[in-house]
Write a protein that binds this ligand. Structure first.
Ligand SMILES: [Zn+2]
Length: 420
């Protein structure tokens, strides 16, 4: 049990010390020297935690001498990192699409399945038909798995109703999940996820109908997003839609260049979007635009690998150009059926050719920037005590061995919320 902290400033209650850390990866290095330089192993082996924040980082002997009443827990020589920030998910939906596995096996593409009323539209039918309780229960289970595999902050998008009122209902459910915790939840409005059958042949009419609720999103949605791809919403349609959202003071994210290089990265940069996501086909021009604008690239290697359509984002060119690269799960029922960001880390290393240091910064610090929560994703004095104890003494292991959950325990605001 934690005890009252006695210190010279008289601050804090329930102080405790996490001692015996083998590798303390703080992610607070200088990213001006490259994304990998943001990864840093501290010389310290202990954290002092009180009131949900990190109050000191140091050697165990020093911290226990300074705070003799603090309870000490032993990390057993294990790796400790910031909690993972999953900056791109679609975890709020009903049903599943396991039947698509067989369709893809016989050669149907993602867009063909969508064109035949499957894909996103199948999940839209299931989600429209489900009551709030069903959707919440299914999403809570996904969030529990995300937590158990190290995700402490998660962005969740709407997008499986595709009516203005229905999308606002999904946004309210995301807020309910945020209230319940324990994870920190970021809400993104993706009413423009796909064209519903009611608007077949009329994407502009649909986008106008969805944009009519943009005013209601102020203070309710952290971001507005659109799926910009030839055959779904074209570049010009996306531009008009996003300009409307921006004019109403909303922050932007964009799904672009997943299946073709259609100039989506340049659009995201020109509009000052916080992030451009997917980017599997983005070429040199788009990468230059992202670098110049400071737009975060949110790469989703699990999706590109799962769809197995040949292209992976050119992460090396993006990192070389100075584009901040986040890695996210894209957890969704079609193209990336997972709720675990840590399980995607080996794919970022292997398929995107990112170093373990770059991957760690991508799933913590840059992920936090991608969701507008820059205080998260790092372990700093005064910062939130969101961290994970991993069952390894080598930070490279979670980027190396796939299919293994290395998480030993997860803490949010200094409180253990998963593991032991
Ligand atoms: Zn997505």
């Amino acid at each position: 049990m934690a005890t009252q902290m006695r210190n010279d400033r008289g601050e804090g209650r329930d102080a405790w010390i996490l001692a015996g850390i083998g590798q303390l990866a703080t992610m607070d290095g200088d990213v001006n020297h490259g994304q990998g330089a943001g990864f840093r192993i501290a010389a310290a082996d202990s954290l002092l935690i009180a009131d949900g924040t990190i109050r000191a980082i140091g050697r165990a002997a020093d911290l226990t001498a300074r705070f003799p009443d603090a309870t000490v827990r032993d990390a057993g020589g294990r790796l400790v990192t910031p909690g993972l920030v999953d900056a791109h998910t679609h975890l709020l939906y009903a049903g599943h699409r396991a039947y698509e596995v067989g369709l893809r096996a016989v050669g149907k593409t993602y867009l063909e399945i969508l064109g035949e009323g499957g894909g996103i539209l199948a999940t839209v039918r299931a989600t429209r038909a489900a009551d709030d309780g069903e959707i919440l229960a299914a999403t809570r289970a996904r969030l529990r798995h995300a937590l158990a595999t190290g995700t402490t902050t998660v962005e969740i998008k709407t997008g499986y109703d595709l009516t203005p009122e229905g999308e606002l209902r999904l946004l309210r459910l995301i807020h309910q999940l945020r209230q319940e915790g324990p994870q920190r939840v970021v809400a993104t409005f993706l009413g423009a996820h796909a064209l519903p059958p009611e608007y077949a042949g009329n994407p502009r009419g649909f986008l106008q109908a969805i944009a009519a609720v943009h005013d209601a999103l102020r203070g309710a949605a952290d971001f507005v997003d659109i799926f910009c791809e030839p055959g779904v919403f074209e570049l010009e349609e996306a531009r008009v839609y996003l300009e409307d959202a921006k004019a109403r003071g909303l922050k932007l994210k964009v799904h672009v260049d997943e299946l073709h290089d259609a100039g989506g990265a340049a659009l995201a940069a020109a509009l000052g979007a916080a992030t451009a996501d997917h980017l599997a086909h983005t070429g040199a021009e788009g990468i230059r635009a992202l670098a110049k604008a400071g737009t975060v690239a949110v790469l989703l290697p699990g999706t590109a690998g799962y769809l197995h359509q040949g292209a992976m984002a050119n992460a090396r060119a993006m990192l070389a150009a100075g584009v901040p690269v986040a890695i996210a799960s894209d957890g969704n029922p079609g193209s990336s059926p997972t709720s675990s960001l840590s399980q995607v880390m080996p794919w970022a290393a292997s398929w995107l050719r990112m170093t373990p240091e770059e991957v760690w910064v991508a799933v913590t610090r840059v992920g936090a920037r991608a969701v507008g929560r820059e205080g998260l994703g790092r372990l700093t004095v005064g910062g939130p005590a969101d961290f994970v104890i991993w069952d390894t003494d080598d930070y490279r292991m979670p980027c190396y061995e796939y299919g293994h959950n290395f998480v030993r325990a997860v803490y949010i605001a200094g409180r253990r919320v998963a593991g032991s």
